[in-house]
Design a protein around this ligand. Structure first.
Ligand code: ADP
Length: 238
């Protein structure tokens, strides 16, 4: 039996549970408001003259939130059902757009604007779409985490563009505080985290995936403020 190191094991585990974490976050909102609404309805029913119109409105909201939760689960299923470890020719913009759509609910709950931009030229890379989505998911969530204490103008921007005719350049930037200079070359290390609940393996996994695709990933601070993560993937003809 081949020995699997703790680092590989953790990486494998996180690749399978990360989408589930994200789903749990997204589900928090409709589930939370269903609970609040059910409690409010109970209180109304205990009053001497229950307001039936208000009860009707609450039931409609519960129904709406339930449908929303179902939709999140449906999207989640189709997201994880895609066959793993299958490299094929893909349009990186379309692949990344799915992640932006997937996280849109979580972003609005966190008061973050997600924006996706692309250059006009069509790009094709040979990549495993699920693995690429894992990387982008992690970068966007990190960007949103970095915005937690930013009072306003919370923005995460994704961009895909050509890079000298040989690779595609994908960047995820945010309007957060950026990364302290002394930490810039440590953030990709396994178990490096500055978050109370962090595990410090997201970026390590991201780098593993990008390197397996013969690409590069690195982080910088933007002159306008905030961090930007860039990754390159060779174009499929190269
Ligand atoms: P975790 O999110 O569990 O901490 P990661 O490997 O994804 O693990 O990130 C490692 C660290 O890199 C984070 O704890 C944070 O300090 C830093 N980091 C990552 N993304 C950003 C960002 N967009 N802005 C500022 N710091 C960041």
């Amino acid at each position: 039996m081949r020995f699997v190191g703790i680092r590989e094991l953790v990486i494998l585990l996180v690749m399978t549970v990360a989408p589930a974490w994200s789903m749990a976050h997204e589900l928090n909102r409709p589930m939370g408001s269903i609970l609040t609404n059910a409690e409010t309805a109970e209180l109304i029913l205990c009053s001497n003259a229950p307001d039936l119109d208000e009860l009707r409105e609450i039931l409609a909201e519960i129904r709406r939130d339930d449908l929303r939760a179902n939709e999140i689960i449906r999207r989640m299923r189709s997201f994880v059902k895609q066959s793993p470890f299958e490299a094929r020719e893909i349009d990186p913009y379309a692949t990344i757009r799915e992640v932006f759509e997937f996280l849109s609910g979580q972003a609005s709950a966190r008061n973050v604007t997600l924006e996706l931009q692309t250059s006009a030229e069509p790009l094709r890379v040979k990549a495993d779409p699920v693995q690429l989505q894992q990387v982008i998911l992690n970068l966007i969530i990190n960007g949103m985490d970095a915005l937690a204490d930013v009072p306003d103008g919370r923005l995460v921007i994704g961009r895909t563009e050509g890079n000298g005719g040989t690779s595609a350049l994908i960047s995820i930037s945010d309007s957060g505080p950026g990364i302290p200079a002394e930490k810039l070359n440590r953030i990709f290390d396994p178990f490096f985290t500055t978050k109370a609940q962090g595990m410090g393996i997201g970026l390590c996994i991201a780098r593993t995936i990008v390197l397996a695709h013969r690409g590069r990933i690195w982080a910088e601070n933007r002159t306008a403020g905030g961090a930007v993560f860039r990754l390159t993937l060779p174009l499929s003809a190269h």
